[in-house]
Write a protein that binds this ligand. Sequence first.
Ligand code: ZN
Ligand code: ZN
Length: 345
Amino acid sequence: MFNKKSIIELKKDLNNECFSRKTCSFYKYIKIENRKALRNILYKHLSELKVFGRIYLAKEGINAQISIPEHNIDEFEKFISNFDFFEDVKFKYAIKDGHSFIKLKILLKDEIVAYKLSDKEFDMNRVGKHLKPIDFHHSIQESNSVVVDIRNYYESEVGKFRNAIVPDAHFSQELLPKVDNMLQKHKDKKIHLYCTGGIRCEKASSYLIKKGYKSVYQLDGGIIQYAHDIKESKIESLFIGKNFVFDDRLGERVTEDIISRCHQCDQSSDNHKNCHNDSCHILFIQCDKCAKKFENCCSYDCKSFKNLEFEKRKILIKDVNKKVTSAKLSTKFRPKLYKLFNYWK
Ligand SMILES: [Zn+2]
Ligand SMILES: [Zn+2]
């Protein structure tokens, strides 16, 4: 039932497609019973519609980042909305069309946002007040307002709202306690939260309300919707730089501002990249010059490793001491990469 083709074959298939695709995301917090059965139904139908991407199903809801052939969009929306519990789901489409995924994955998860909160710490019946992007835009400029980035550090590094409070968090589970700490002196102010598409704010706002914050607002539809609405209304964006996205594109430009630096040479750059040494694959920021110099790798070690013959790489990969990989730092860890710049030397 699941796709067994190699990545190279899948990429080739994608490039040979003679239709265009749209990148779409949607989510909903809703109690889902019998997730396995739902996964099978979704997998079967969405495969038929040639939908790619990843979908998380948790007891608390659904979260999807996918790409859909343009001619199948109507049928796709109808199919999803036909489930009672997904009836009012809002589909969001990215500004730029993209070849952003190469296959379909549907995974069962504990939470759709991995804050690792216990049930006592939030109540999804009480969430922050939704503000439409233009209302959010005006509201954050009022004197009694603070605006908080509810994303991880590597996301806000390349793009954020001007004057936003940016928590220094690498993992989702450390984010909310940090936000609570940073907001202690602003407890009586109007707290405005934003994230990529709105899903994280929904739960984060519920957490803050439970912590005793009185006026909590959230950006409806996230940065994706804000970027869209600002462009339509021809208002100057208060979000500067790039909106980091979790697909092959790694970012959508919102304004021309470049607010981050290359992790290798410290020149202005906001190009996120995964190291081209496949056994490293670490996420970092690299300018075009360094991309050339390091052949898209995060270090000279990764570059030389990448260029070894396959057989030699195979032997080295098994040798833990010689292994050139971010796995030494745990593969799931996305560290503050500039701190690691000297790691391999
Ligand atoms: Zn550089
Ligand atoms: Zn590397």
